[in-house]
Design a protein around this ligand. Structure first.
Ligand SMILES: [Fe+2]
Length: 206
């Protein structure tokens, strides 16, 4: 069985400053994400050695938690980019005339209203979880969704995932989740969301 590995960040650890500090990024990537990778590999190895349904059922929670953690963080890194405001990349550059931009403006009226609704829904998660912008393949619409813990988004095609675990913001924003959520839009990689949206609309499984 192939082992999962920690993907490299597509930018430097300090690339998202001042919105997400280097200290957070180093710990988040090299410690938290690495731990999910290691535990997923261990759970899959244990699963491969099982001989009874009971043994396999006993491993479901570990597979879901650590597999979800690996999937979610792998996407999260790609969802972020150095801020255009800081001259560090294309983070925060929303294109209202792109297909995804049109879908968002068409549904919410403006980017600001969309962000406000996303931040309210995501800040409202009780405990740890993820806020998502997802494509609903049945309704063919863009929706704001949340999941608990490390549950991956299965009901929608994930376009943007925002980690709302305390490890994602506490060192910089302390308990003020809303400041973290307001700041993160400066480093959201809309180009990545756009390409995922275009693939989702065409029926690709992401
Ligand atoms: Fe995280």
């Amino acid at each position: 069985m192939s082992q999962h590995t920690l993907p490299d960040l597509p930018y430097a650890y300090d690339a998202l400053e001042p919105y997400i500090s280097k200290e957070i990024m180093v710990l988040h990537h090299t410690k938290h994400h690495q731990t999910y990778v290691n535990a997923l590999n261990a759970a899959e190895a244990a699963y491969a050695k099982t001989s009874t349904p009971k043994e396999r059922i006993a491993l479901q929670a570990a597979l879901k938690f650590n597999g979800g953690g690996h999937i979610n963080h792998s996407l999260f890194w790609k969802n972020l980019a150095g801020s255009a405001k800081e001259g560090k990349g294309n983070g925060g550059v929303f294109k209202a005339d792109s297909p995804l931009g049109k879908a968002i403006i068409g549904k919410w009226g403006s980017l600001d209203i969309f962000i406000k609704e996303f931040n309210t829904a995501t800040a409202g998660i009780q405990g740890s979880g993820w806020g998502w912008v997802g494509y609903n393949p049945t309704g063919k619409t863009v929706e704001i969704v949340t999941t608990a813990n490390q549950d991956p988004l299965l009901s929608h095609v994930p376009l943007i995932g925002v980690d709302i675990w305390e490890h994602a913001f506490y060192l910089q924003y302390k308990n003020v989740k809303v400041d973290y959520l307001n700041a993160i839009w400066n480093v959201i990689n809309w180009g990545e969301a756009e390409s995922r949206y275009n693939e989702a609309v065409s029926g690709a499984k992401l």
